[in-house]
Design a binder for this molecule. Sequence first.
Ligand code: ATP
Length: 233
Amino acid sequence: MTTLTVEGLSVRYGGVRAAHNVSFTVEPGQSLGIIGANGAGKTSTLKAIMGLAPRQARAIRFGKDDLLRAAPHTLVRRGIGYVPEGRHVFPGLTVEKNLLLGAYCRSWKNTPIAEIYDLFPVLGDMRHRPAGTLSGGQQQMLAVGRALMCRPKVMLLDEPSMGLSPILVGEIANVLKRLNADGLGIVLVEQNAKLTFEVTTTCLVMENGEIAATGTSRELRHDPQVRRIYLGL
Ligand code: ATP
């Protein structure tokens, strides 16, 4: 089983401690949410796993592979997909070229592009349009589709709901649930706790760089403190 194991992960930017001693596991078919306020350390945690932020850890493993010192493209090749905060699509390239760039790690003849168009029909309709002309929600779908082009086993998503209308957030949620049901492991970082509880079965709450609470999404959704702080209830 290709379990992603993160043990004792810490991230420091000079004197700033962004994350401290974060540990979790997620395997294909599982879904883990990470919620927390602005600056809690969620983005830094994902970036550090991918090798995009300075990291220290006891272990970052995928299955039996030690990935603690691996470069980002190695993690992608091994089956860890990453959808960064802010989408980062290539605005001057067409939708299709953006997707094909996501498949750089596989044979051009064997990409799952038809599956991506099946998952997000609007991307198929707009395949020849420059990505920069898409709406924010469509660009988010493109960023998710691009990450899927390497057929990841586990995917890390950073705030896919940011700036999207409730209808589009619902669409993204449905796609994530479908992918998860089909066996993809999901680590979902969000400020939108409602979305996170809907999509994931287990959640971590981060505060000041540390894991402040862990539980099933169902438990946390009903926790009075979580409801007050993260759901505004
Ligand atoms: P947000 O929801 O706003 O993205 P977050 O929970 O993802 O917040 P991070 O972006 O990981 O939190 O930030 C954690 C801390 O690290 C914050 O204090 C932030 O200011 C700091 N930080 C993040 N990136 C850098 C950087 N490149 N250099 C210095 N400090 C940073």
